[in-house]
Write a protein that binds this ligand. Structure first.
Ligand code: AMP
Ligand code: ZN
Length: 467
């Protein structure tokens, strides 16, 4: 069985393969770096990671582009309020985002591209759209005339034909009932950072950045474009309108969208205030692997309700897997031979895991195959029925599992010791020293060292770093 993915454009699960050669040209919408990303955002980024890994497991090579949106209304508002340049402001959250991705073991796309480094290309594209008669100007801004693009609505499967022509919208995000001509280029308001281009004095709208950078790096037609479901309309609908008006070719063959991370039935989001950043989560002593596992374990097209119980179950599941691996690694004196029942189960589980992943990345079903095998194999180990010849099959299954989920190796940096705990111990050591309880203060230093944390006493206080 080969990989099949649900395509939002056709509303069908379809066999997936790249069009021209063995390389998948894919674009995923990246973060807007105006603040720390929350774990709702990371559900989508974990989904991109699973998709990458399974595309590669399917034998394809990847050319994956992801944007960093480093100019938008919120970024400008915050940077101006903090008296920072756009670059200084976005550098902080870009770095935080990349650090978080590394902590969650997310593979880096082949190219990470920043919007502000492609302003000229965007202005050129807007000019070309202008020449094609797809735009009009108003108060220094340039708008895309959606009535001119006959396929408008084909991705979100909406009929916009009866819409009032000429009504405009300046904000980047709006709902279907408010479909309007959208801004390609926004005239600068006084005091805002702006660029001088052929399109005027101002900055690009959000939608144009993705169309332009995708085409620049991947060509007119992508194999796959992905994002969270909130991006289907208007963002991806607008990306299609701009790109197809520019090239006259189909923009992306597959559109793949991940469902939300919810909190008590509502989308986790900044605006609702019901969000956790990774920093919030790690401060509670929860490991990155537990977060990764939880986000990966529910198939991407199912909404996932976030709870701390869910994170706890993820931790327990990881422990079971690690214990099993430990049992395999430390089983030195297994009897010779192969237990055919266990071997058959390993083969079946491996095939089942792959078939489930091929079936639109059904991670829940893939996991069920692994755990069913684990139960069987653990019982066999207890009863002496697991033989030396069964090790290879067990390891093959675990390796296949971990090539996708990647949770078997504990994180060095946060395993067992969160930043909050480190700070707490350092404070305790400082009071111990003050009370001249050097036994205790040495004990704490050793404990920290054991956890990979080095402390240094300086005249400004205690500094620490991880080994
Ligand atoms: P933003 O930084 O707001 O542009 O969002 C980055 C990505 O996170 C987008 O692809 C969104 O679709 C996605 N996203 C935002 N909130 C959630 C959520 N609660 N669950 C899953 N994905 C989300
Ligand atoms: Zn985008």
């Amino acid at each position: 069985m080969a990989l099949r993915l649900y395509n939002t454009l056709t509303q069908e699960v379809q066999p997936f393969a790249p069009l021209t050669d063995n390389t998948v040209r894919m674009y995923t919408c990246g973060p807007t770096v105006y603040d720390f990303a929350h774990i709702g955002n990371f559900r989508t980024f974990v989904f991109y990671d699973l998709l990458r890994r399974w595309l590669r497991a399917s034998g394809f090579q990847l050319d994956h582009v992801m944007n960093i949106t480093d100019v938008d209304d919120k970024i400008i508002r915050n940077a101006v309020a903090q008296n920072k340049t756009l670059d200084d402001y976005t550098a902080i959250y870009t770095k935080a985002f990349l650090d978080d991705c590394a902590t969650l073991r997310l593979e880096q796309p082949e190219r990470l591209v920043r919007a502000t480094e492609h302003i000229k290309e965007m202005a050129d594209a807007i000019h070309k759209l202008e020449e094609g008669g797809f735009t009009y100007k108003s108060d220094g801004s340039v708008y895309f005339r959606i009535a001119k693009f006959k396929d408008y609505g084909k991705l979100s499967h909406n009929d916009f034909s009866g819409m009032q022509a000429g009504a405009r919208v300046d904000v980047d995000n709006y709902d279907k009932d408010n479909a309007r001509d959208f801004a390609l280029w926004k005239a600068a308001k006084p005091g805002e950072p702006a660029w001088d281009t052929e399109a005027g004095h101002g900055r690009p709208g959000w939608h144009i950045e993705c169309s332009v950078m995708a085409i620049q790096y991947l060509g007119a037609t992508l194999d796959l474009h992905a994002g969270g479901i909130d991006l289907i309309f208007p963002h991806h609908e607008n990306e299609i309108a701009q790109a197809e008006a520019l090239t006259g070719k189909q923009f992306s063959r597959f559109w793949v969208h991940s469902e939300f991370l919810l909190v008590e039935g509502q989308k986790m989001s900044k605006s609702l205030g019901n969000f956790y950043t990774l920093r919030d989560i790690f401060a509670r002593g929860i490991t990155p692997e537990a977060v990764r596992y939880l986000l990966a374990s529910v198939p991407y097209r199912k909404a996932l309700n976030f709870t701390f119980d869910g994170l706890n179950s993820a931790r327990t599941a990881i422990e079971r897997l690690r214990n099993f691996k430990f049992r395999l690694d430390s089983a030195k004196h297994l009897p010779e031979g192969v237990n055919p029942k266990i071997e058959e189960h390993a083969t079946r589980a491996l095939a089942g895991f792959r078939a489930a992943m091929d079936d639109d990345l059904n991670t829940a079903e893939a996991l069920a195959f692994v755990f069913e095998y684990l139960r069987d194999a653990n019982t066999a180990l207890d009863g002496g029925d697991f033989l030396a010849g069964n090790l290879a099959g067990a390891n093959a299954l675990l390796n296949q599992f971990d090539s996708v989920f990647e949770v078997l190796t504990p994180s060095l940096s946060t395993d067992g010791m969160s930043e909050a705990n480190i700070e707490k111990l350092i404070a305790e050591r400082t009071s111990a020293k003050k009370a001249r309880n050097f036994t205790r203060s040495d004990e704490i230093r050793a404990q920290l060292l054991e956890a990979g944390v080095i402390i240094e006493d300086t005249k400004d206080g205690v500094r620490w770093k991880r080994k």
